[in-house]
Design a protein around this ligand. Structure first.
Ligand code: PEP
Ligand code: MN
Length: 358
């Protein structure tokens, strides 16, 4: 299933596209100094948050509209295009009035369709603005696509998505879990939509940024949205995940830009082998289900319950061990076996119900 959006190409030809700048504009000096540092290193798109959605009310909540003047000065002095986050109609109106080129909708806002619709209504008729929509806080692709549709319905066609990871609960090395498959599904659903990765908010720590950035490019992301500050340790927000403009420059130079895989003879031959493996997998799964249905009949005839967790436990342990010995990930095998078991149970219950009817 594809989602139809009316997308026009973004007016940038850099590959990968880099948008960089501080988490927050904090002062005139910090905003200008960071921008000049980045521009000297070849960055053409500058981000800085003016209205910061913070969890706690006593945190730094952004400098507000005075920062629009600083961003305009950045534009004049460097020629860079400038970007900031909007969360309300008022933010949008101020940005439109002050000639902000690019706006983004933050993760917390994407989560709320009322807020997204308010932003869409305020943007209506301003189709020269470029809008990026960050993923919602939770890994709900429909909510993400819904927000993109609302903005697109308002006539904005220069549209992109930013993958910044998800809050999935628990503690992890990442601030926001990458859950790459969600972004891959977005690409499958809307192939023409540019997708950037925000390794800063995903990792939450500057050491994680290089690996996440490379992984994103290897998976076909179109660019990176990175936090950079002239003095990261003194940043008023997200200090642990910001890097200096020159660190950003080294990072960009270290990235390997791989080509999209193009069909060729060797690749095609290997892909046919994969197709054969998949066919065998489906056949063997069908064989397993046939046996499972036989067991279902036996259980029915002998008044036995369908689910025996002790047997499933035993199977799970064995298969995970076997898989790990072959170099596969135990969690992966657990997911595969759990999915197979679920289908087995479903089919056995179907048999039971059919027999009941007959
Ligand atoms: C940001 O980019 O500064 C920001 C607040 O990010 P997110 O919405 O991804 O938390
Ligand atoms: Mn931030």
């Amino acid at each position: 299933m594809h989602t139809l959006l009316n997308i026009s190409p973004l007016p940038f030809n850099e590959i990968p596209l880099i948008i960089a700048g501080p988490c927050s504009a904090e002062s005139h000096e910090q905003t200008l100094k960071t921008a000049l540092g980045l521009n000297t290193n070849g960055i053409k798109l500058y981000r800085a948050g003016l209205w910061k959605p913070r969890t706690l009310p006593d945190s730094f909540e952004g400098i507000g509209k005075i920062g629009l003047e600083w961003l305009n000065e950045v534009k004049k002095k460097t020629g860079m295009l400038v970007a900031t986050e909007v969360a309300t109609r008022e933010h949008v109106e101020l940005c439109l009035d002050k000639g902000i080129d690019v706006i983004w909708i933050g993760a917390r806002t994407t989560t709320n369709p009322f807020a997204v619709q308010e932003i869409a209504d305020a943007l209506s008729g301003h189709n020269d603005v470029i809008v990026f929509v960050k993923n919602p806080v939770n890994p709900d692709i429909e909510l993400w696509i819904g927000a993109l549709q609302r903005i697109n319905n308002a006539g904005i066609t220069m549209l992109g998505a930013i993958h910044r990871g998800f809050d999935t609960g628990g503690t992890h090395i990442y601030r926001n879990m990458p859950e790459w498959h969600v972004a891959i599904e977005l690409r499958r659903r809307i192939p023409e939509l540019p997708i950037l990765c925000d390794p800063s908010h995903m990792g939450g720590k500057r050491e994680l940024i290089p690996t996440l950035s490379q992984q994103a490019l290897d998976m076909g992301f179109d660019g990176l949205f990175i936090e950079s500050h002239c003095n990261p340790d003194k940043a008023l927000s997200d200090s642990e995940q910001q890097i200096t403009p020159s660190e950003l420059n080294s990072l960009i130079n270290s990235l390997v830009i791989r080509r999209q895989s193009e069909p060729n003879e060797l690749l095609n031959a290997m892909r046919s082998q994969i197709d054969e493996c998949d066919n065998s997998l489906i056949e063997i799964l069908n064989k397993r289900m046939t046996i499972s249905r036989e067991i279902g009949k036996y259980k029915k005839d002998h008044d036995m319950q369908v689910v025996q967790t002790s047997r499933f436990d035993e199977i799970l342990k064995q298969r995970i061990n076997q898989a790990q010995e072959m170099g596969m990930n135990g969690d992966f095998m657990k997911k595969v076996m759990t999915a197979i078991h679920q289908e087995s149970v479903r089919q056995q219950i179907e048999i039971l119900n059919n027999n009941n009817k007959s």
